[in-house]
Design a protein. Structure first.
Ligand code: ATP
Length: 622
């Protein structure tokens, strides 16, 4: 163990700073010396990927890095931006000090998390979630005593640490104002994030006179619930993010909210002044349906008239996370097997989030015709190429302006197109074919894939930088078989169709693997109900052959009922029918006619009830 540090408290510094540094030393006491001695910087390519993964933070921090970098240059210091794990992403400032800092691995590509570098400003600020200065011998590693470092966490609007801003200089040149400056800059990055949110914002301050404690900002959703806050707002309301987020604003602030400065009151009667600020406008209005794309299978800009299955215990927490992320400008990536509800969830995210006034544009990247892909996505000017529409085309990306762009099956996007898409997402601008103008884009971005994008990246089939750009908030939709409440879910779903299941049938349905997930389950249940329209519970013998265990199909009275050979929309071939016989066609016909009668002749509804596509039903009716 090294000698405990000498604490250099700045004049006016609070004594707990000393305690915090001692606590950090205590945490570091058992660290592995090998880890500390050999910081291994990331390769350039890996560092680029980490930067890409933090592109949102980098874009917001850029002006601060420039401003602090200029200061660092004149003060022989460096300014550093680290990600939420403590890995240094960027540096600016004095070249001569950068060289010195590199000797102790204070450089991009190296993590300064406490477990790897001992007590230090970046790692300790990250651990404590609070700004800190670590000066000279306060550093756990003796080699770092040449440094005087000031670091402050950068918070998201809901209180997660997104990264750390740090200004480090030589230990013999300690300046007291630097920590306050770094902290203000870090808070400024959070404020910028709140100001860019597509939600309404309440700018307020304690008292009636302007003060110098920074603007208190709250993001409000349409129900006037608090969706985000900065640190000044936490101080002004004497609250923390955990208590504020999701609660009605009226629980904390009394008084009418206006777009001009208005006297308000804190819940304990303290006077406040505040005003509502409208969200930044999207650069263009949402499109009308008359601009619907030529390839309806590849893209869908029409509102979906079908009612969405309501979020339940499994999808609700995912929905909350996704809405929060999208509203703070992050890209959401939904991963999950086919039929796990990725599109359903994305439509809910659109309906609940701040982009809901705009369109929902779903693009199936697997179905985009390759030769038209560029023009369909990016749009074109009149006469841009042979065969182009005379009036030109806006392109699907612009159709999503002010709304949500849903890139489904993103793993199937051709590599060349990935490069172009990446550029558009980085620059937030699109240049239609044949045009020299760039059009700014503003929309919430949700992507989805049933494939493991990481392994596609490893195989060179998906661009790593695009992957990181799409997955600010990666969410996994669990397959049906992982639902802890699967039995109750299946039973309720069948009851909602008006039928009942015996215990053994329910057990078999619960044991089934459901490779087609919800799509397959609902298709099977609808088919089952069609075969067993009466009130008698369906027994295991009545289940399709691939779901009932071998031998069970002859067990009960329902076992004699044949299974209709209607192909379920699971994307798989129908299971082998053990009891297929000459009467099957007649039975199928009977089921179809019954469904049509039940649905008053509506082919669409009958097809839905039978679990087949409308076109399949038309074919069978011929
Ligand atoms: N939680 C749920 N409860 C009931 N039905 C659901 C649920 N989630 C999805 N579904 C239904 O399952 C079907 C598939 O849903 P969806 O298209 O959203 O899945 P997906 O993951 O996007 O599928 P794919 O990867 O094949 O595109 C839809 O008919 C949808 O209504």
């Amino acid at each position: 163990m090294q000698t405990p540090p000498t604490i250099h408290l700045a004049p006016g510094a609070r004594p707990q700073a000393e305690t915090r540094i001692h606590q950090s030393w205590a945490r570091c006491a058992d660290l592995d010396p090998a880890l500390l001695a050999d910081p291994n910087p990331l390769t350039r390519a890996d560092l680029d990927l980490r930067r890409e993964a933090n592109h949102h933070l980098l874009r917001l921090a850029e002006p601060c890095l420039d401003a602090l970098g200029a200061l660092g240059d004149s003060a022989h210091s460096v300014v550093l931006l680290a990600d939420a794990s403590g890995l240094i992403l960027h540096e600016r400032g004095s070249r001569s000090f950068q060289d010195k800092a590199r000797r102790v691995a204070l450089q991009p590509g190296v993590s300064w998390a406490e477990p790897l570098r001992g007590t230090n400003a970046i790692g300790t600020a990250l651990h404590d979630g609070r700004a800190v200065r670590i000066h000279g011998a306060e550093h756990f590693l003796a080699c770092n005593s040449i440094l005087s470092c000031h670091a402050a966490p950068i918070f998201s609007a809901t209180g997660e640490i997104l990264g750390i801003l740090d200004l480090s200089g030589p230990a013999d040149d300690m300046r007291d104002y630097v920590l306050t400056l770094v902290q203000r800059m870090a808070r400024g990055i959070t404020d910028q994030m709140l100001c860019e949110s597509p939600l309404r914002r309440l700018d307020f301050r304690l008292g009636r006179e302007p003060e110098d404690d920074g603007r208190a900002l709250l993001l409000l959703d349409d129900d006037a619930r608090i969706a985000g806050a900065n640190e000044a707002a936490l101080r002004a309301l004497d609250a923390d993010w955990g208590r504020l987020i999701g609660t009605p604003c009226s629980q904390w602030i009394d008084g009418p909210l206006h777009t001009r400065d208005t006297p308000l009151h804190r819940h304990d009667g303290q006077p406040l002044t505040g005003r509502l600020i409208a969200p930044p406008r999207a650069p263009a209005r949402p499109v009308s349906t008359s601009h619907a794309p030529k390839h309806p299978k590849a893209a869908d800009t029409r509102p979906d008239a079908r009612p969405l299955p309501e979020p339940d215990a499994v999808s609700s927490p995912l929905l909350d996370q996704a809405v929060r992320a999208l509203d703070s400008g992050l890209a959401v990536l939904l991963c999950g097997e086919t039929g796990t509800g990725k599109e359903v969830l994305s439509r809910h995210i659109h309906a609940r989030g701040a982009w809901r006034a705009g369109p929902f544009v779903a693009i199936n990247c697997a179905a985009l015709p390759e030769h038209l892909v560029e023009s369909e996505l990016f749009g074109y000017e009149p006469g841009a190429f042979t065969g182009a529409r005379r009036e030109g085309a806006r392109g699907l990306l612009r159709q999503a302006q002010g709304g949500v762009l849903f890139l489904d099956e993103i793993g199937d996007m051709p590599l060349a197109l990935q490069t172009r898409l990446l550029r558009v997402l980085q620059e937030r601008e699109v240049q239609p074919l044949g045009s020299d103008k760039r059009v700014p884009l503003a929309f919430g971005l949700i992507s989805a894939s049933h494939q493991d994008l990481k392994s596609l990246v490893a195989q060179g089939r998906f661009r790593a930088d695009l992957y990181y750009r799409l997955q600010d908030m990666p969410l996994h939709l669990p397959p049906l078989r992982e639902r802890p409440d699967l039995a109750a879910f299946v039973e309720d779903a069948y009851r909602a169709l008006g039928g009942r299941l015996s215990g053994d049938a329910l057990a078999a349905l619960t044991r089934h693997d459901w490779p087609g997930n919800y799509r397959e389950l609902f298709s099977v249940l609808r088919r089952l109900r069609c075969q067993h329209p009466g009130p008698v519970p369906v027994t295991i013998g009545g289940l399709p052959g691939d779901i009932a265990p071998p031998g069970s199909r002859s067990a009960g009275p329902a076992a004699r009922e044949p299974v209709l050979p209607i192909m379920a929309e699971t994307g798989r071939a129908p299971a082998p029918q053990t009891d297929a016989g000459p009467g099957l066609r007649a039975l199928e016909r009977q089921a179809i006619e019954q469904a049509l009668r039940d649905c008053q002749g509506s082919v669409s509804r009958a097809a839905r009830r039978l679990g087949i596509h409308r076109s399949t039903l038309y074919r069978k009716l011929k």
